[in-house]
Design a protein around this ligand. Structure first.
Ligand SMILES: Cc1cc2nc3c(=O)[nH]c(=O)nc-3n(C[C@H](O)[C@H](O)[C@H](O)COP(=O)(O)OP(=O)(O)OC[C@H]3O[C@@H](n4cnc5c(N)ncnc54)[C@H](O)[C@@H]3O)c2cc1C
Length: 398
């Protein structure tokens, strides 16, 4: 195992864990990633694939909006092979949407998101399959990523610096002795064997399962599990991402992904990230929302209907929650060191977006480095990532 610095175990190989592994390896830590399934098989692998410009949050969540545009611009430079830099529109379907335009433009300007207003005629020339009933719109620098490749790029780069990535290995417990984290107890799900991996620190990047992982060390991670339903149809309706020019709501984003269009999403809360039944009325709502943008959408055969939970940052204390409250929860992230709970050296990171995973990694690795007395400057803002396929050739066999 490379690195030469302290050994850190990262739990989870979603976009957060993958970005953390890369940052740690680049700063000289020895790294082991432990993932219970395939790379990106959690929330990341079933998300929308939208490289956010931040415009979706410009009015309601300005911190997240600013983080998204800054990370969007960084990712364009460091992940040249992983992104489709096609841009996106916010489109008005009703007079109320048109009224929202000024607030939206002001929010984008405050967050540093470039915009360009477009007339109905311009939009229809650029995207002829849009409904002729649209009223106008705004162009923003959205983009598209493929979640699996997004994670592989970070992991390939980490592996090239000696990181070990153990897929199909499940962390059954975080080991704590005398108030200090010593490593993890792991089950190899393919060979059916148990192993203990010792480490100087453990970073819990298990997404919606982060509370479960922390609980094995007697610690608490405040988390809200907020799933969303998404539907892929087998037609690419637009060249660019299409968003509704309105505050965040159901079915307000359609992402062109290869030859498909993916519409999402709804939002509600669940207690268990492994058990998310898809409410049939959510599917109907998504198809109606798609039809409003693209006539004929409703008749398209569905390629996939899926739901997965956002690991949103929850309150430290239990508090009363009304219906739909999770829509207002920030898309910002939180890093927690569990020292005060008797598990020094265990860090949990939650919230954020795939778009902001590099930033989340920078924040948590700064924290880990400070605590271990191994502080090195973060270099991930400029370090160009390896192509995703190098994950398979840079692999260290255990
Ligand atoms: C419907 C929906 C659409 C979204 N769309 C977008 C979008 O378009 N753009 C965007 O930027 N963001 C989007 N997001 C947000 C984004 O998907 C999440 O913020 C991000 O994927 C979280 O990544 P993660 O690595 O923290 O979690 P995950 O991807 O869930 O990764 C956690 C990993 O930990 C593993 N794990 C769990 N328990 C254990 C264990 N005991 N041992 C070992 N491994 C374990 C899991 O298998 C999983 O792979 C969307 C979210 C949702 C729900």
């Amino acid at each position: 195992m490379g690195g030469g610095g302290p050994h850190v175990v990262v739990v989870g190989a979603g976009s957060t864990g993958a970005a953390i592994a890369h940052d740690l390896a680049l700063r000289g830590f020895a790294v082991t990633v432990v993932e219970r399934g395939e790379v990106g098989s959690g929330t990341t692998g079933r998300n929308h694939g939208l490289l956010h410009s931040g415009a979706r949050y410009a009015v309601t969540d300005p911190v997240a909006a600013r983080e998204c545009i800054e990370e969007n611009l960084i990712l364009r430079k460091i992940m040249p092979e992983g992104l489709e830099l096609n841009g996106g529109y916010f489109i008005a379907l009703t007079p109320e949407d048109m009224d929202f335009r000024q607030t939206f433009l002001e929010g984008c300007e405050a967050a540093g998101i470039p915009t360009r207003e477009l007339t109905k005629e311009q939009l229809l020339r650029m995207e002829p399959r849009l409904s002729p009933k649209i009223l106008g719109g705004v162009m923003v620098p959205d983009g598209v990523f493929e979640p699996y490749r997004f994670c592989l790029s970070f992991l390939a780069s980490a592996q090239a610096r000696g990181a070990r990535v153990l897929t199909y290995h499940e962390v059954e417990g975080v080991l704590v002795e005398g108030g200090r984290t010593r490593g993890v107890q792991v089950r190899d799900r393919i060979r059916g064997r148990e192993l203990t991996i010792t480490a100087d620190a453990v970073v819990n990047a298990a997404g919606p399962w982060a509370a479960k992982v922390a609980a094995t060390a007697g610690c608490r991670v405040p988390l809200i599990l907020a799933p969303g339903v998404m539907i892929a149809v087998g037609v690419r309706y637009s060249h660019r991402v299409v968003n509704r020019l309105a505050p965040p709501g159901d079915g307000d984003i359609i992402v062109p992904q290869r030859f498909t269009s993916m519409i999402g999403t709804t939002s509600w809360t669940v207690q268990d990230a492994d058990l998310i039944p898809i409410p049939p009325d959510h599917v109907e709502r998504m198809m109606d929302a798609g039809e409003a943008f693209f006539p004929g959408f409703r008749r398209q055969p569905k390629r996939g209907v899926f739901a997965v939970a956002r690991p949103l940052v929850g309150p430290e204390e239990d508090q009363a929650e009304g219906e739909g409250f999770e829509r207002a929860v920030t898309r910002d992230f939180a890093c927690k060191h569990h020292e005060a709970e008797g598990a020094a050296g265990l860090f949990s990171v939650t919230g954020g977006k795939t778009t902001t995973s590099r930033l989340m990694a920078e924040a948590v690795v700064d924290q880990v480095g400070r605590w271990l007395g191994f502080e090195r400057p973060c270099q991930t803002r400029t370090e160009v990532l390896l192509p995703p396929r190098r994950f398979f050739t840079e692999r260290v066999v255990s």
